[in-house]
Design a protein around this ligand. Sequence first.
Ligand code: NDP
Length: 333
Amino acid sequence: ATTTIPKTQKVILINDTGSYDVLKYQDHPVPSITDNELLVKNKYSGINFIESYFRKGIYPSEKPLILGRESSGTVVAKGNSVKDFDIGDKVAYLSGSAFAQYTKVDAAGKVVKLPKDANDETLKLYAAGLLQSLTALTFIDEAYNVKKGDFILNYAAAGGVGLILDQLLKERGAHTIAVVSTEEKLELAKKHGAEYGIISSKEDIVTRVKEITNNQGVDAAFDSIGKDTFETTISALKRKGTFVSYGNASGPVSPFPLTKLTGNIKILRPSLFSYIATSEEWKHYSREFVSLVSSGKLKINIGHVFPLSEYPKATQLLEERKTTGKLVLEIPQ
Ligand code: NDP
């Protein structure tokens, strides 16, 4: 069944760290697979902010590095030991080197089977929703277990992860305070369930949080901004509140003395992948995701779809804060 698979393919890779010009759309060998792997012909790939950390060198990597870590598509080859998947299966997965026409994926890894008749819209939805929904789902259970009535500060609330958090927090009965840079973004966050809004370009975050929470501060903050908002988030928390620091959109948080954690606040720096490390954890959360999306309870807001070759332009818009919702790449077939 491998006869129709080409030897080379188009990918987005980097040989160096740097700005957008280090991103290359070029030919690269199609990977060969081992006994426990699948070869997936990708149809859609989800863009995540994390790719920019690898490109900038905030996170280390070996080069060349093919970017991308989530896609959906069709299984076109499988290793001899693979029992749970067949050629022709439609799948969505989390795995490296996803900004490519073909990606090898561990069959026992982070891969979900989609209905055989899944159409392009379904494939697009799963490539768009998987990583960011699992991030939101694991974080509101395990990083800080959100309870009814909690006040929660949600940064980048109109972004990919942010719009999903808005919905899940509302479902939990929490009061979400969305932090966004523009009126348009606030409108979108509110449509997805945020109750209050702070426009960071115009308003002081701590002052507004104090007003909204009757001077108490928030029970927890989901802060993906990093460096620029660290002090602000500390000041916005309630006594015994939880600081979930989970991203570096403005740069990594600077080292700080533990005595910063006044008022018995807790801080953690979670990564999605450490919440879905075992197959039980993966099954639990991926099933929850599939059920929420297929029932329509969770909406994945796709801001824009770009062809694979236009990833550099797409990430530039993302990094310049010009996008809302999720950005998706369509892979040439
Ligand atoms: P988003 O769609 O949320 O885009 C990033 C948003 O961050 C921007 O739209 C912007 O919103 C806001 N932002 C604020 N300050 C800056 C700045 N200085 N530069 C750029 N953006 C800024 O991206 P994603 O949904 O892909 O990711 C959201 C965050 O979650 C990222 O930080 C990402 O790294 C993190 N993440 C972490 C995971 C983990 O496991 N720890 C897993 C998944 C995501 P605005 O204009 O409204 O301020």
